[in-house]
Design a protein around this ligand. Sequence first.
Ligand code: PMV
Length: 340
Amino acid sequence: MVCAVATTTARACANIALVKYWGKRDPQLNLPAAGSLSLTLDALVTTTQVTFDAGLAADELVLDGAPARPAELARASQLLDLVRAAGRLATRARVVSRNEFPTASGLASSASGYAALAVAALGAAGVAMSARELSILARRGSGSAARSVFGGFVRMHAGRAGDGSDAFAEPVASPLTERVRMVIAIVGGGAAKTHGSRDAMDHTAATSPLYRAWIELVPRDLAAAEAALAAADLEQLGTIAEANALAMHASAIAARPAVIYWQPATLAALAEVRALRAAGRAAWATMDAGPHVKVLTGAGDAAAVAAALRAVPGVTDVSIAAAGGAAAILAEGNTDHRAS
Ligand code: PMV
């Protein structure tokens, strides 16, 4: 069979959750135990090129200019296998991926990485999918990647179906989308994180006495966050986001043994965020599977929030992001290619 396969380059922006995803109902299919809500960010971009090449004996993955570790390659190959199945291809692929992040930060890049990989691989395989199907595919690479398919505020649904067909993300329109900013404070110079989110959330679910309370909390926070988005109430959204992040970390800290992502400078940055609020600034913190602090704020306060965080000892880099767009194809080059 001869079919058009080619090289496709795609870009996707990372996202930061305001109501976190922390725990799975199915580890095999990457099905979340609860929904989540995020903001896609323009400053954190992954660009990925996929080429299906009949001359390759195995998939190849180059990440930021260096061959990927075997575990990273195996995970990318699993997503490529799903694309090959959809496109009825057997050809192996060469994947070249680059994170255009403000610093070599250790910021979670799996969201933008797997969203960009899904878009580029589908394009190169000549497979068309709806945005919802694309979100479901990206989820198989990383739960948070389902959200990076879309721009702005994004709601991920936990779904109920055993096959994951209703566990997808979709954009949430809000008057806040243009007004919000996220100040990203890098703590500890971007040193590699100690616990990957994938294993740490499974460990929390299996051992933390606070996990059940966390899972019961998420639907309430989601409803309140969505109401805040509809009402363009940044203070309400920020208040929920900070409390939700602290609850997620509390569940992880209570796991046995504990999963602690925070460093002393993380707590110093959190104290600075509270001080900014006391001084009348819009500033609410969230943290993920690492020591960095991301601060939800408004366009008018972003520069002052960034300046205050730059002055916190142990904060090594600070940048300001606005809402980013949906994952998209940047370039395509079709050639006839023989698929076996
Ligand atoms: O999709 P993963 O495995 O990168 O998990 C994401 C986990 C958090 O970043 C901590 C929370 C979230 O919803 O993004």
